[in-house]
Design a binder for this molecule. Structure first.
Ligand code: SF4
Length: 339
């Protein structure tokens, strides 16, 4: 990353909580003292996460379902506001942007969803789905909209002659290409891809991944690639961030992470990938279930499943610290590692 170019997106100590908080003020205190108010049911989906994506990077965000990675992706894309913490776009805090800057920032970061059918309006023709936002934001005008849409579809590998059809008339892979064309139509710098190939057949997955990488080269695109599939992450990413129950537990360049996974959770995830390579052919399912974010374990969230857990793990939250160049891990066993 250039020393002067800020990350396209940067999250600083971001928290996201869902659910009912106790009523504020004296009435709430009175109700609680009389036992009239129920305890708050709060899901702590994202817990103090800091993360940045530099221009041109492909950052993978991995973890089991329920770890908060999709919530984090939506915060990065501006679809959800954090409960606390700061989101910066091109080095500027979102909270301090003017209305025009906020609009430009929303266009800079676009999202591609897992379920292309669910994210496309079934009542609209593809030409409108792809061209509407570009027209609204002045990236094309009404006379030029049709040509503009054709160019977006071609870029996403779809025949422009199909632009007058409806989403249900396409296959799953084609629908994902429509979703990509729609995202590209507003000239984003960063795509947040949330399990973008998870719902597709393996052969179609490979085609869409190749399209993402081709677009990266042609358009200098940057990606935050969210997936539970480490095989996909290894294939496309430069750097990997591993999450567990709302927290980042490890972060490293992709080659480093796959060669020297450090955190016990990352090691367990990597053992789960079936390999043709005989040295890593073992398939060892991760023991136990991920805990509910409504009632996460104390201390290190991973301690009930960790084979190396000791007393301190039950009471103290491990901090993310450097263990090698560009490699961070959050485990009490790293306490003596070099920063
Ligand atoms: Fe395991 Fe303790 Fe490290 Fe958590 S802090 S990963 S429980 S050893």
């Amino acid at each position: 990353m250039s020393g002067t170019t800020p990350p396209i997106i940067e999250l600083r100590a971001v928290d996201k909580r869902f659910g009912q908080l106790p009523p504020p003020g004296p009435l709430g205190r009175l109700a609680r003292s009389l036992g009239w108010s129920r305890p708050a049911a709060v899901t702590h989906a994202v817990d103090g996460v800091s993360l940045s994506v530099a221009p041109g990077e492909v950052v993978g965000l991995v973890g089991e379902s329920g770890c908060g990675k999709s919530t984090l992706g939506r915060i990065a894309a501006g679809l959800l506001a954090p409960s606390s913490g700061t989101v910066l776009v091109d080095g500027k805090s979102r909270e301090r942007l003017t209305r025009d800057e906020e609009r430009a920032a929303r266009l800079r970061v676009q999202m591609v969803f897992q379920d292309p059918f669910g994210s496309l309006n079934p009542r609209l023709r593809v030409s409108r789905i792809v061209g509407e936002a570009a027209l609204f934001h002045g990236l094309t005008d009404a006379p030029g909209q049709d040509d503009y849409v054709c160019a977006q579809l071609e870029r996403a590998g779809l025949d422009p002659a199909l632009r007058h059809r409806y989403p249900h008339q396409f296959s799953g892979g084609q629908r994902q290409r429509i979703g990509i064309a729609r995202a590209l139509a507003v000239n984003p710098a960063l795509l947040v891809c949330d399990e973008a190939v998870a719902a597709l057949d393996v052969s179609i997955q490979a085609q869409i991944l190749n399209l993402f990488m081709d677009l990266r080269d042609r358009l200098a695109l940057t990606y935050l690639f969210i997936s539970h599939d480490l095989g996909v992450i290894e294939h496309v990413c430069d750097r990997v961030v591993v999450m567990y129950l709302g927290r980042v537990v490890e972060s490293a360049p992709v080659d480093e992470l796959f060669a020297r996974p450090h955190h016990p959770y990352t090691q367990a995830l990597l053992r789960e990938i079936p390999r043709i390579d005989a040295r890593r052919a073992r398939f060892t399912p991760l023991a136990g279930e991920i805990a509910s974010p409504l009632d996460p374990p104390s201390g290190c969230h991973f301690h009930p499943r960790c084979p190396l857990a000791f007393e301190r793990c039950r009471t103290e939250v491990p901090q993310l610290r450097g263990i090698a160049i560009h490699h961070q891990s959050a485990c009490h066993l790293d306490a003596g590692a070099a920063a």
